[in-house]
Design a protein around this ligand. Structure first.
Ligand code: SF4
Ligand code: SF4
Length: 210
C-alpha cells in the first residue's frame, strides 16, 4: 500500500513539473534572435555592460567624479586606475597673497588641488561586473553602460580611457537631436538611434554608445 502512495506522489510531482514546463512553453519568448533581431533599449535595461562615468548635469562631458579613489580601493580586480587633476598654477593675485603671507611670517595658502580626475582608466578585460565600484562611489559617478555590442582584436582594446569615452558619448547624445530635427521635415524620426563610434586607439568599438 505504501508503495502505491509513493508512486502516486511521484506521478503527481511529474504532473506538476510538466504543468510548469507547459506554462513556460506557452509564454512569449524573451530571447532575442540576434543578428536577425536587434536588442531593444527596453530589453537591455537590466543589462550590465562595462562601467562608465556619469557626467555632470550642467556639463555631461565632465564626470561627477571627485577623485576620492574609493572605487580604486573597492575594486577586487584592480581594473580601475584614477589620478587626480594637477593643481593649477597660482594666479598673480594668489602669488602676491602668498608672498605677503610669507613676509608676515604666516604659512602661505597654496591653491587647493581640484576635486576632479586627471585620468580615469578602466580595464574591462579584468572586470567581473561585481558592482562594488558603483556602490561605493559617494557621488554616483559610476554606472553600468548598456553597451552590448563591442568588438576588439586584442585585450588592450578593452582598456578604456573613461574621460574620453564620456566626452564622446556626450558629444554623440548632443548630435542626435540635431540630426533628428534636420530629418523631421522629410520623414518621421528614426527609432532610438545608436550613435556609433569609430574605433579610437585603446578602445573596443561599441556598435552603440547611446
Ligand atoms: S564592477 Fe567590480 S570588478 Fe568591475 S571595475 Fe567595478 S569593482 Fe572592479
Ligand atoms: S568615480 Fe566615484 S569612487 Fe571613483 S574616484 Fe571618482 S568619486 Fe571616487
Amino acid at each position: 500500500m505504501a508503495s502505491i502512495f509513493r508512486t502516486l506522489a511521484d506521478l503527481w510531482s511529474l504532473v506538476v513539473g510538466l504543468g510548469i514546463t507547459g506554462k513556460q512553453f506557452c509564454k512569449p519568448g524573451v530571447t532575442v534572435h540576434y543578428p536577425r533581431a536587434e536588442v531593444t533599449p527596453e530589453a537591455a535595461a537590466s543589462f550590465r555592460g562595462p562601467i562608465e562615468l556619469i557626467g555632470l548635469d550642467k556639463d555631461p562631458a565632465k564626470p561627477k567624479c571627485i577623485a576620492c579613489m574609493l572605487c580604486v580601493s573597492a575594486c577586487p580586480s584592480n581594473c580601475i586606475a584614477v589620478t587626480r587633476a594637477p593643481t593649477p598654477k597660482p594666479t598673480p593675485e594668489e602669488l602676491k597673497a602668498m608672498a605677503e603671507a610669507e613676509a608676515r611670517g604666516e604659512k602661505p595658502k597654496k591653491p587647493a588641488p581640484p576635486k576632479a580626475p586627471g585620468t580615469w582608466t578602466y580595464d574591462f578585460s579584468l572586470c567581473s561586473l561585481c558592482g562594488s565600484c558603483v556602490e561605493v562611489c559617494p557621488v554616483d559617478s559610476i554606472g553600468f553602460s548598456r553597451d552590448i555590442y563591442m568588438v576588439g582584436t586584442k585585450r588592450e582594446d578593452f582598456v578604456f580611457d573613461q574621460l574620453a569615452r564620456l566626452a564622446r558619448k556626450a558629444a554623440a547624445r548632443k548630435a542626435v537631436p540635431k540630426a533628428e530635427a534636420k530629418a523631421a521635415p522629410e520623414a518621421a524620426p528614426p527609432p532610438a538611434p545608436a550613435s556609433s563610434e569609430s574605433g579610437a586607439p585603446g578602445t573596443a568599438t561599441p556598435a552603440s554608445e547611446a
